[in-house]
Structure formats: structure tokens, C-alpha cells
Design a protein around this ligand. Structure first.
Ligand SMILES: [Zn+2]
Length: 313
């Protein structure tokens, strides 16, 4: 049996899994992480999770063929460094060298959006696609492009950054990247919360409802609140527009939408498709199917295993 150690680094908790070469999750573990967690502590947590997982399923160290690790942030894959990972506070750290030393196995890394895209393209909603564009709608919007099973990274790993397409040139909101009017300032879960709070201030959503996440807004919309439905539609429209720009460039056969908001179903995906059709070229629109992600929270670890598996090919 060929098994990989998969790691999905998060700001408050890091998920790990042992996954075989068919994408089957044999075991899952997790350990606590925090902003500015020292790499030594992180590596210690990772090694413990690996040992716990191996014990749980009765595997030896030699059974594990490599590790794949997804990290939110900017990475330098040529040097094997994490340039900047805000949620864990790492700057210019030689991540691969230290992780390989701690785990005593080959380590492959990529950013979380690319890793999730690879997971969905491997055994999820993008399985079998020739060109899959996978976006994750969360605090921001991440994107990854998988062509014939391989990630397309661009010359320095920046391909697929659909969240930073500037779609609002005038009076756009400030984005984390420093620019204004990026797609993720208008079409992310964060944008949905901001818009809903503004609508609430106008009295169209009851003031006693605490809007602390996109989930609340989606639920209100599903319960028939017209103002919340308007907010969901507006966010979905921006996403559909952004996706059409990307699709006109890529001509994909599948677009996968993941992240918490994607679980809202047709109330969100319907207006995404409508807006997409308004600005996608006819032949581009004909060739593509927009689907909700299939792997949910497991996309990160499944993709990380795929990353490790591809290293062996
Ligand atoms: Zn941006």
C-alpha cells in the first residue's frame, strides 16, 4: 500500500491525514496552531500527529512515501521557503528543509488554494476534467488551475489568483493585497458579511440577529428574508462576473466553487451562473460546467496527498 502524510495548515488548528494513492482517508488527526507559532512547535505537533495516525492504523514509518503540505500564503517553491503566511505569522522561513528533517521523509508544499484545487480535480467535483478552475470562497477568494491532472502554477506560483482580479476600478474597497476593488473584496464571505451588516443598518434585517459569518446571511436568505437574498445574489453576481473573466482566458471544462459559501446550494450558485453567462463568451460558456465542490473540509488534506503522490511520478 502506498500512503501519504497530508497536512492542511490552518491559523487555529492544523489538520493532518494519512491517505492512500486512491485518495482514501485512512486516518485524521489535528493539532493546535496559532499566530506566530514557532516552526519548532509546529514541526513537533506535525510529527506527533503523524505518529498518532500511524499508530491508529498500524502503519510503520517506511509505509509513508512522502508528505504534502498546504499553506495559506505566498511560497517560494524553488527555494522551498514560506515567504509570508499571515495566519501563522511565518516570514521567509526555510519550511521544506525543516519539515523534511522533522518528518524524515520528502516534503512537497503548495498554497492552500492550489492544494484544494488539486484535491477536487483528483477525486472531487473536478475529477476527469481536462482543465479545472477551482475557487475557494472564504475570508478571501483563492484559486487554482489544474490541467490534465497537473497544477498550472505560472512562473512563480501566482497563477490562478482570481481573488485579486480588480473588478471595481472606482472607489473599490481596500484588499489585503494592497490594491482596491479586488474580486475578493466583493465576492468573498467577508464581503457578504459586510454587505449584510450595511443592509441591517437600514433596518431590512432584524437588528437582534448577530451577523458573524456568511452562514447567517445564507440561512436568512434560505428562510426567505428578501434583503438577505439580495445580498447573496449581489455577492454571487460578482463571483460569476470574475469567473467569466477567468474562463474567457482559460476556457475550462469545469469550474469548481468551494468554501463555506458553496454549501449554500442553488440560492448562491444560480445567480453565479446567471452572471457568468452575461459576460462569458458563448463558446466558453457552452463548454463549461459550474459545480459546487465535493470534498468540503477534506479538500485540503486530499489535495496535499495528491501533491505528495505527484512527486513520485
Ligand atoms: Zn487583492
Amino acid at each position: 500500500m502506498t500512503v501519504f502524510f497530508a497536512v492542511d495548515v490552518g491559523g487555529t488548528s492544523t489538520k493532518t491525514a494519512l491517505i492512500d494513492d486512491k485518495g482514501t482517508i485512512l486516518d485524521k488527526q489535528s493539532f493546535k496552531t496559532w499566530r506566530h507559532i514557532p516552526l519548532e512547535d509546529f514541526n513537533q505537533g506535525m510529527v506527533q500527529a503523524l505518529l498518532d495516525g500511524m499508530n491508529a492504523v498500524g502503519l510503520q514509518r517506511r509505509d509513508i512515501r512522502g508528505a504534502g503540505i498546504g499553506i495559506a500564503g505566498f511560497l517560494d517553491l524553488n527555494r522551498g521557503t514560506v515567504v509570508e503566511a499571515i495566519n501563522v505569522g511565518w516570514n521567509d522561513v526555510p519550511f521544506i528543509a525543516l519539515a523534511q528533517a522533522a518528518l524524515a521523509m520528502p516534503v512537497t508544499i503548495d498554497n492552500d488554494a492550489n492544494v484544494a484545487a488539486l484535491g477536487e480535480a483528483w477525486i472531487g467535483a473536478g475529477s476527469g476534467a481536462r482543465t479545472a478552475l477551482c475557487v475557494t470562497v472564504g475570508t478571501g477568494i483563492g484559486g487554482g488551475i489544474v490541467m490534465d491532472g497537473q497544477l498550472y502554477r505560472g512562473v512563480n506560483g501566482m497563477a490562478g489568483e482570481i481573488g485579486h482580479l480588480v473588478v471595481q476600478r472606482e472607489n473599490g474597497f481596500l484588499c489585503n493585497c494592497g490594491m482596491h476593488g479586488c474580486l475578493e473584496t466583493l465576492a468573498s464571505a467577508t464581503a457578504m458579511v459586510r454587505l449584510a451588516r450595511a443592509v441591517q443598518q437600514r433596518g431590512e434585517i432584524p437588528l437582534d440577529i448577530v451577523i458573524d459569518g456568511a452562514k447567517v446571511v445564507v440561512e436568512l436568505a434560505q428562510q426567505g428574508n428578501l434583503a438577505a437574498q439580495g445580498v447573496v445574489r449581489e455577492v454571487a453576481h460578482w463571483l460569476g462576473y470574475g469567473l467569466s473573466l477567468a474562463a474567457n482566458t482559460l476556457n475550462p471544462d469545469v469550474i469548481v466553487i468551494g468554501g463555506g459559501v458553496s454549501t449554500a446550494g442553488e440560492i448562491f450558485l444560480g445567480p453565479v451562473r446567471t452572471a457568468f453567462l452575461e459576460t462569458a463568451l458563448g463558446r466558453v460558456a457552452e463548454a463549461v460546467e459550474i459545480r459546487a465542490a465535493a470534498l468540503g473540509n477534506d479538500a485540503g488534506v486530499v489535495g496535499a496527498a495528491a501533491l505528495a503522490a505527484q512527486r513520485l511520478e
